[in-house]
Design a binder for this molecule. Sequence first.
Ligand SMILES: CC(C)(COP(=O)(O)OP(=O)(O)OC[C@H]1O[C@@H](n2cnc3c(N)ncnc32)[C@H](O)[C@@H]1OP(=O)(O)O)[C@@H](O)C(=O)NCCC(=O)NCCS
Length: 175
Amino acid sequence: MDAYDSPRLRGVNKSDLSAIAELEATAFGSNSLTRSALDVIFDPSGALWLLAEDDEGVWGHSVNARGEDPTVGWIVGMAIHPQRQRRGWGQLLLRATIQHLQDHDMEVIRHLVKPTNKIARRLYETFGFLDTGERIDHFGPGEDRMVMSLLLSGRSARSGKGHGDAAKAPQVPAS
Ligand SMILES: CC(C)(COP(=O)(O)OP(=O)(O)OC[C@H]1O[C@@H](n2cnc3c(N)ncnc32)[C@H](O)[C@@H]1OP(=O)(O)O)[C@@H](O)C(=O)NCCC(=O)NCCS
């Protein structure tokens, strides 16, 4: 394979869940989405997920869910395997994920990011995501997360008002 081949993006099948769980563990360690968590959220949300692959296998994913407010999409976990990082796969996957969620009538997209994860923050900011608040100790003591939000249509990315509580994340582990 050419080292700089573009990934192919596709939807996710149940048979992909082990590969996603492995990639999650590589990317996030103890804060990763486990195989059993993926199993639970696949049925209601799997149609919103995307995979990035090439001829050698699956190297990236976005695991997404609809929020309590159905116009709010959450990127619950996104990663590119270290062996494919810095080749533009992350940008491609994030762009496709935003489009995919928009195609499913999402008006706001939110994502929880570790405040120290400068690479991810920069990537999301490049696509117009704003810092819309911090959750102290979200995943346990010292595990704070920033809420980053992208407004896709005529409502405030900073406000959860108007369609229920838009800032309530789906109750699954996240990056
Ligand atoms: C964040 C992540 C998805 C980026 O994937 P990627 O395929 O390497 O990203 P790209 O090659 O498309 O690069 C996108 C931008 O990210 C930044 N970036 C990526 N890797 C970087 C690095 N090692 N150092 C500095 N900036 C980096 C750059 O701004 C880059 O744009 P540029 O190359 O034009 O400067 C990947 O690093 C990853 O999976 N990390 C672990 C999991 C994670 O943090 N996920 C995101 C939060 S859920």
